[in-house]
Design a protein around this ligand. Structure first.
Ligand code: ARG
Length: 263
């Protein structure tokens, strides 16, 4: 019951936010000059995501963001006594929105040095690698086979960064990963570079059309997902890391992996 009410409230908040460009709908009087964070009220955590990345985040049948990351951050919210409000936005806007529109971001986001210039990261919570979605039956013998190809990627992702570095590649960027996969199926791109788990989900969605090649075979490095945090907010970072640790120890983390990722 509470969930339904919350969903309705969330829809309203998200509408208001779109208009005002501000994630915070309630009182700011509890903020002090020491607060580095623009949006946090004592008991609410405004969390940005991009619900285009199954199984980590996607829109559920009710139109609300769901997935492993969403369940994880809600469990963290419960541990640290903060109500979690999810804001769905473009992936490429997440990092720069921290501290203004949102407090933190959870979005299957890989820790990178470049992002670390703008935000801090929690302890890593999941390991991933980029994979290549190809038309069914296609095989690349080595990374050289990627040279000069038309490659689809989601805008602002590590998949895009890898693709941009491939010699002669013609990179097409999409706001939604599924649109890249649709263009693969339409023959507009030769392959799509995306994280392993969403790649498997898309493979399952189009079983007769696509295959997934494991990126490690082409020299792609292992990546770590973490929650992006406001720079310098060690208090929030400590709380979130402690909660993450507890969730791993008490079995909640494994339960969520089983429920969302390994099902
Ligand atoms: N792991 C990749 C990155 O950090 C892709 C993440 C995309 N996430 C999303 N929710 N769309 O760049």
């Amino acid at each position: 019951m509470k969930k339904k009410l919350f969903a309705a409230a969330l829809a309203t908040i998200m509408t208001v936010s779109l208009v005002t460009g501000c994630g915070k709908s309630t009182d700011t009087s509890s903020q002090t000059s020491e607060d580095t964070n623009q949006t946090a009220s004592a008991d609410k955590l405004v969390v940005g995501t991009n619900a285009e990345f199954p199984p980590f985040e996607y829109l559920g049948d009710d139109g609300e963001p769901d997935g492993f990351d969403i369940a994880l951050i809600k469990a963290i919210g419960e541990k640290i006594g903060m109500e979690v409000e999810i804001q769905n936005m473009e992936f490429a806007s997440l990092v720069t929105s921290i501290g203004s529109k949102i407090d933190v971001a959870i979005a299957g986001m890989t820790v990178t040095d470049e992002r670390k210039e703008t935000v801090d990261f929690s302890d890593p919570y999941y390991e991933a690698v980029q994979c290549i979605i190809v038309p069914e039956g296609t095989v690349f013998a080595s990374a050289d086979d990627l040279k000069g190809l038309k490659i689809g990627v989601q805008l602002g992702t590590t998949g895009e960064f890898i693709a941009e570095d491939i010699e002669g590649a013609e990179v097409s960027t999409y706001n939604k990963a599924v649109d890249a996969v649709n263009d693969l199926n339409n023959g507009r791109v030769d392959c799509v570079i995306i994280d392993a788990n969403p790649a498997s989900v898309f493979e399952a969605q189009f079983p007769d059309k696509v295959d997934v090649l494991q990126g490690t075979a082409y020299g792609f490095e292992v990546e770590n997902y973490a929650i992006a945090l406001p720079k310098g907010d060690t208090e929030l970072a400590n709380k979130i890391n402690a909660a993450l640790k507890e969730l791993k120890e008490d079995g909640t983390y494994n339960k969520l992996v089983a429920q969302y990722i390994e099902n």
